[in-house]
Design a protein around this ligand. Structure first.
Ligand code: NAP
Length: 379
């Protein structure tokens, strides 16, 4: 039997790139949906992936990308109209007769969530699973380790890890690496029969406090790094003054809500899980390893007077910036509003779906599936 062709959307993105590369390592044919050629598409090409350049909002493009596809990893970009991304994908996948999809959802996915982006993810989860002939595995991820890397330059040059994460001593997240999230998607894509209808919540190995993360940054950078709990307003000023790549104004307005969930301890509910080990077949990476890799790849984090001065100017720019009004942003973009919303831990349904079935089991009971064996079953 020939090997299934697997479509990976957002294939230049954080989890998509890793998913595509890991699938290629397993010898599976991959079509990588990207929107531009650059160094990431070169990596994909070198790994033997077929490139498809298109717009994920376009049903015509998605239909073309689906031609001959049997399985897919669907990752809607963090951008306005997430529901549109997933509706386009679902329509094209149903038409093409795709047999199995792994969809990147959110740990927070819940019906009446204050975040419109998250409510759209919840609706997308339902939409994706509506046709029984197309089986689905849902990957329900919390706050990525990658999010901390956005503020590494401040840590490297000013010794501050600044985020609105609340009390520095409280352990509130077990952050997964992009590669570990991808490993769970790959495990499910290689063996749909075992993973159809399942939801997985990949996490890193242990719960960490903001102080733990600052200490890990300090060890890697070789300097003292202190956690600074900043206000939401300061975070919004920073995001406006120094916007990260790929974050629209609309997405920034949602980050404020996600930081609130972080402080409420939602990402710590029944975390860590063993899904990276059990489904991905690998030991999850710890935060120090993730930070060390990033630092080794970035010359801008090396010490130096000019770099410190630049970081200081950036800091002053943040202080001088007025905080964006997220309610006004949401209103200007016609965000659908609910009369009454619920954070995750206020939702009975969310509580029920985050029960400790995914709790840590004793190491001795866990036997990760061998990637080689999984490759056989996919062939
Ligand atoms: N970050 C978190 O903590 C977190 C937590 C839970 C769930 N999530 C979920 O993760 C998902 C994002 O995953 P990710 O971080 O792996 O993705 P990502 O890094 O944001 O990548 C998205 C990719 O999609 C591409 N793209 C954007 N708009 C496009 C369009 N219209 N057509 C074609 N391509 C387009 C971008 O291309 P370019 O790079 O070329 O611009 C980018 O490479 C979201 O659905 C979010 O809900 C994130």
């Amino acid at each position: 039997m020939s090997k299934p062709l697997i479509l990976v959307t957002s294939a230049s993105g954080k989890t998509g790139l890793q998913t595509a590369l890991q699938l290629r390592q397993q010898g599976l044919p991959v079509r990588a949906f990207i929107r531009r050629h650059d160094h990431r598409s070169t990596l994909l090409e070198q790994a033997g992936a077929e490139l498809f350049v298109g717009n994920q909002y376009s049903l015509s493009d998605m239909r073309r990308a689906m031609h001959g596809v049997q399985r897919a990893y669907q990752c809607a970009p963090t951008a306005p109209n997430g529901l549109h991304f997933n509706a386009v994908f679902a329509a094209a996948a149903y038409e093409a007769g795709v047999e199995h999809v792994v969809t990147l959802s959110q740990w927070l996915s819940s019906v009446d969530h204050p975040s419109l982006f998250t409510r759209e993810v919840f609706i997308s989860d339902i939409l994706m699973a509506m046709r029984p002939e197309m089986t689905v595995t849902t990957v329900n991820v919390g706050w990525f380790a990658d999010n901390y890397l956005m503020v590494l330059d401040m840590a490297a040059h000013l010794g501050i890890f600044a985020m609105p994460l609340g009390d520095g001593a409280v352990k509130k997240n077990a952050p997964p690496s992009n590669a570990d999230v991808a490993s769970v998607a790959v495990g499910a894509l290689m063996d749909p029969a075992s993973h159809a209808g399942k939801t997985y919540r990949p996490t890193g190995p242990v719960l960490l406090s903001p102080n733990d993360i600052a200490a890990a940054m300090g060890r890697v950078l070789g300097r003292e790094v202190k956690y600074q709990n900043i206000s939401e307003s300061m975070m919004l000023k920073a995001l406006k003054a120094l916007p990260p790549d790929n974050y629209s104004e609309a997405a920034v307005s949602q980050l404020k809500i996600y930081a609130d969930e972080y402080r409420r301890g939602t990402f710590a509910v029944n975390a860590p899980t063993q899904h990276v080990l059990k489904i991905g077949g690998r030991v999850p990476e710890d935060i120090e390893t993730i930070i060390r890799r990033e630092v080794s790849e970035r010359t801008d984090l090396k010490p130096g007077f000019a770099r410190t001065a630049k970081a200081m100017v950036g800091f002053l720019k943040v202080l001088a910036t007025t905080a964006p009004n997220t309610s006004a942003i949401e209103a200007s973009k016609d965000f659908v509003q609910l009369a009454r919303s619920e954070f995750c831990q206020e939702s009975e349904f969310w509580q029920q779906t985050h029960q400790p079935e995914s709790q840590v089991e004793p190491e001795s009971q866990i036997k990760p599936e061998s990637p080689a064996r999984m490759a056989d079953s996919a062939a």
